[in-house]
Design a protein around this ligand. Structure first.
Ligand code: GLA
Length: 400
């Protein structure tokens, strides 16, 4: 009898695990494009298709940016008489399903947005009380990725609300990457590993280095929060909760947007690679400079972001008096990524003294990613003049 009970228990445990998120998705940080940062409510089928065509032409799709995500404001203000969500027929005249098919034929995946509350942040219908119905709608349309926000959630318990939608997606049967957008308010890194594939850790980003505008912050503020969000949990902040299939999300990219200098765009991108962050381009990729395209599609930088070990980088040194901050990230095969930032508001010479990065043991060769140069080994310190808020970004390999 005892044996039978044990078998039954094991069976139940398996079922419980199966009721969780889709496994095997997002084993490296998801990459794609999201409409919100540039288009906000000016989203349409036309913009999505033109974006896809631009990403085929400029190499982004082939570099791995395959998830095109339509953010808030895609639906009508009210559900239909059966309680179904309805795509705005002016913005999406062919409907979402036709758009999904069009994208799938071109090697993309389609993401959409909803909210755990009764209304989305822009006042459109949220999925509260309609989770299973909406998940079925998304599956029928061919949706591959769901960003799920947290506005108008009242007194809901975040873990319960996100677990309900995760179960609804699972029940609908179509594998979906589930992106929790709860802004880190209920410490999703502590409970969301089995619920979704990525979770926002902070409020919203905007195209600034370290500005603050109400709810929105520049990327450097969000970067610092990855380190300081949780006190007393060790030197790598919340990084230890991130890994293959379950990523910390410091929000989407502002690379190429006008509030950032070229150096700030490049540094922002480098740090999101260091953080193993999802890389969701947030600019108008139909009209970007070749320099910005080169950043977004740089194979060596993307190899750091997509490293299979999936460990998040952490701040190893912060020396305000030297205008210097250095982050390190362990990679597979005992390799490392290192990113040194000039925090000064002017050009400055920054120095990387390898022996001070004590977590990196032994001698390594040093590759300068942005200058496409091998620059010797960690026996020789590195020094260079950097523009304000620019980085020196390195890939280190152990010398056998
Ligand atoms: C919240 C999210 C943003 C965006 C908007 C849309 O602020 O954090 O990323 O989705 O809602 O209204």
């Amino acid at each position: 009898m005892k044996k039978l009970l044990a078998v039954f228990g094991a069976l139940l445990a398996t079922l419980a695990v199966q009721a969780q998120k889709f496994e095997g998705l997002a084993l490296t940080p998801p990459m794609g494009w999201n409409s919100w940062n540039t288009f906000a409510s000016n989203i349409s089928e036309k913009v999505v298709k033109e974006t896809a065509e631009a990403m085929i032409a400029n190499g982004m799709r082939d570099a791995g940016y395959v998830y095109l995500v339509i953010d808030d404001t895609w639906s009508l203000r009210e559900r239909d008489s059966n309680g179904n969500l309805v795509a705005d027929p002016v913005k999406f005249p062919s409907g979402i399903q036709a758009l999904a098919t069009w994208l799938h034929e071109r090697g993309f995946k389609l993401g959409i947005y909803s909210c755990a509350g009764v209304r989305t942040c822009a006042g459109f219908p949220g999925s509260w009380g309609h989770e299973f119905q909406d998940a079925r709608t998304f599956a029928a349309w061919g949706i591959d990725y769901l960003k799920y926000d947290w506005c108008e959630s009242g007194t809901a318990n975040a873990k319960d609300a996100y677990t309900r939608m995760s179960a609804a997606l699972k029940a609908a049967g179509r594998p979906v990457v589930f992106s929790l957008c709860e802004w880190g308010q209920n410490k999703p890194w502590e409970w969301a590993k089995d619920v979704g594939h990525l979770w926002r850790t902070t409020g919203d980003i905007y195209d600034s280095y370290d500005g603050r505008k109400g709810w929105e912050s520049g990327w450097k503020v969000l970067l610092d929060l990855q380190h300081t969000l949780v006190e007393n949990i060790g030197p790598d902040g919340i990084g230890k909760f991130s890994g293959p299939g379950h990523w910390n999300d410091p929000d989407m990219l502002e690379v190429g947007n006008e509030g950032l200098t070229f150096a700030e765009s490049r540094a922002h991108f480098s740090f999101w690679c260091m953080l193993a962050a999802p890389l969701m381009a947030g600019n108008d990729v139909r009209h970007m400079t070749p320099e910005i395209t080169a950043i977004l599609t740089d194979k060596e930088a993307l190899a750091i972001n997509q490293d299979k070990l999936g460990k998040q980088g952490f701040r190893a040194m912060s020396e305000p008096s030297d205008n210097l901050e250095i982050w390190v990230r362990p990679l597979s095969n005992n390799e490392w990524a290192v990113c040194a930032l000039n925090t000064a508001p002017t050009k400055a010479t920054i120095k990387v003294e390898w022996h001070r990065l004590w977590t990196i043991q032994g001698k390594h060769t040093v590759r300068d990613i942005w200058n496409k140069k091998d620059v010797g080994t960690t026996d020789t310190d590195f020094s260079a003049e950097l523009e304000s808020h620019d980085v020196a970004f390195f890939h280190l390999k152990p010398v056998q």
